[in-house]
Design a protein around this ligand. Structure first.
Ligand code: AMP
Length: 545
């Protein structure tokens, strides 16, 4: 027997219409490429998304065809999220930090029909336009005057400015109703090996993720929040924040191209931001800036940090110096992206601060909708004892089933997606990542998790960034070394740091060497690139070998 409730597909267009109707005057504040601060609101965003949908109809774009973006977090990019997906097309957000030839490969693989770009990325467009025959229209996210100032516009045929493109269309629009399983957006993983792989989200997966991510034990978003996603809208849809923001009606603050500590601080302070989200490397810049200038953020309450392991020193700094709660989160492009988030349970509230901290360091508990387990090399499930480490497998309605136009076999094992992360699960369901499976250091038959080694280094006051990698050893197979960037003006010797490890981890887990460098290579989403680091270390020999 079927239930007798209304059958309405879960569609992204409903998010923007809800926000416009119920939170129409709530602000969307953007720092623009032009350098100024732009103020809009949900009502305006809905009007302009409808104009954009009309422009796509006029172009004759079929349902499911791809519209790409190469853009920072800003109001025009926000409009693309709704105008493109809401009208039945697929928004393909491209990471502009990739190399032009990688971007051209992705555009061709996705067969993008339209590509919208911020002016910053004009050199990329110039470099790839001739190699991307599928693109019928190039749209500069600006007005006529700004486009006229670009050098070499005549080299790219079919180029238009966004304001003129959507401006001629009416702001009324009947959003189409269709199957909620239809594709809505596309994001390629920044895979370190092989070609990038496209994760194709649906309206259903996106809306379920938006509901789940606003829950109190997840991001706890509400109409009283002012939210700043530092995480880019080209990195897994800014962790879904544009969608959940529409559902709850919070103020949105979009930082544009300026992601340095000072610029982010200015926006956080000026716009009364209560909640922000980003990867650890960005927050490190903010913390350094705040410490140098003795600044505070009295309105900010909490921040979600994920994308790579959040060092304990960062959780402590936010909490103890600034009274800001850090919510450690784990996710992947393949999970839309949220899988777990770390919030305490009732039983933990009476624990001493230090014991609570040990829990906060974990990546957290599964969000309802996500199921998880850890398995050994034979695929056998391991106990939830907080010690047994194995590969983390997940499943759920916002987890990938297959990649877009995949060449290889589907990734699932018995319906579970293998994450490539090595993790433990404890009796309370808290998951902790110890490593990426390819980064684990195997020393004398034992595993050393590089994240532990890095976290200790990061707790040293003179360390800005630390990466632990394994290097070959004739007796032990591999031994860990730690590569360190010192904070500006700080003294730190190899011996100081090795002494700092004493008593914090087992002796055999302590790195064999410390290398000081000016910078650790970062990938397109701000994560440390250990592959590149290992390449740079080729020829390095451990002391005494
Ligand atoms: P991406 O798809 O580029 O977002 O990368 C996903 C990968 O980032 C995961 O498989 C993890 O290896 C890593 N990751 C994400 N969040 C965390 C976290 N909180 N701690 C450790 N690693 C993380």
């Amino acid at each position: 027997m079927l239930g007798l409730m209304q059958e309405q597909p879960l569609l992204i267009s409903d998010l923007i219409e809800h926000a416009a109707r119920h939170h129409g005057e709530v602000e969307i504040v953007s720092r623009r490429v032009e350098g100024d601060i732009h103020r809009s609101n949900y009502r305006q965003a809905a009007l302009r998304s409808r104009q954009l949908a009309q422009a796509l109809d006029a172009l004759g774009l079929e349902p499911g065809e791809r519209v790409a973006s190469l853009a920072w977090n800003g109001y025009r990019h926000f409009e693309l999220y709704f105008g493109v997906s809401g009208s039945g097309r697929v928004l393909h957000t491209i990471n502009p930090r990739l190399l032009p030839q990688q971007i051209a490969w992705i555009v061709n693989h996705a067969q993008d029909q339209v590509l919208c770009f911020d002016l910053t990325f004009w050199p990329i467009v110039q470099a790839i336009a001739a190699q991307c025959p599928s693109v019928r229209l190039w749209v500069a996210l600006c007005d006529e005057a700004a486009l006229a100032k670009l050098p070499g516009v005549e080299q790219v045929p079919n180029l238009q400015n966004y304001e003129e493109w959507i401006g001629g269309h009416p702001s009324s629009y009947q959003w189409p109703r269709f199957d909620e399983r239809s594709a809505s957006s596309l994001c390629y993983t920044s895979g370190t090996t092989g070609n990038p792989k496209g994760v194709l989200y649906s309206h259903q997966s996106t809306i379920l993720h938006a509901y789940a991510s606003a829950l109190p034990d997840v991001m706890c978003l509400s109409a009283r929040d002012s939210v700043l996603p530092v995480v880019p809208m080209f990195h897994v849809n800014a962790w879904g924040i544009p969608y959940s923001a529409c559902a709850v009606g919070c103020k949105l603050v979009l930082p544009g191209p300026a992601l340095d500590g000072q610029s982010v601080y200015q926006l956080l302070a000026a716009e009364g931001v209560t909640f922000a989200a980003g990867v650890p490397t960005v927050w490190q810049m903010l913390l350094t800036h705040m410490a140098q200038h003795d600044l505070k953020l009295p309105q900010m309450q909490r921040t979600v940090i994920g994308g790579s392991a959040c060092p304990p020193a960062m959780i402590r700094a936010f909490r103890e110096r600034y009274g800001i709660e850090v919510l450690h989160a784990w996710g992947m492009t393949e999970l839309s992206p949220l899988g777990t988030l770390c919030t305490l349970k009732n039983q933990h509230l009476s624990l001493p601060e230090e014991e609570q901290m040990q829990i906060r360091l974990k990546q957290g508990r599964a969000i309802f909708g996500i199921d998880m387990k850890v398995v050994d090399a034979n695929g056998q499930e391991l106990p939830w004892d907080g010690r047994s480490a194995g590969e983390l497998l997940v499943k759920g309605p916002w987890v990938v089933r297959d990649y877009f136009r995949a060449e290889g076999p589907a990734p699932l094992l018995d319906g579970w997606f293998p994450t490539g992360d090595v993790a433990t699960l404890d009796a309370d369901g808290f998951m902790q990542i110890t490593d990426r499976s390819k980064d684990v250091i195997k020393s004398g038959g034992e595993w050393i998790g590089s994240i532990d080694v890095e976290n200790i280094a990061m707790a040293h006051p003179a360390v800005l960034m630390a990466a632990c990698v394994g290097v070959p050893h004739p007796k032990w197979d591999e031994r860990p070394i730690v590569v360190v960037v010192r904070k500006p003006g700080q003294e730190l010797t190899r011996e100081d740091l090795l002494d700092f490890y004493a008593g914090k981890i087992a002796k055999w887990q302590i790195p064999d060497d410390v290398l000081f460098v000016d910078a650790i290579p970062l990938g397109a989403t701000g994560k440390m690139q250990k592959m590149k680091l290992r390449e740079q270390l080729q020829g390095y020999r451990l002391p005494g070998l």
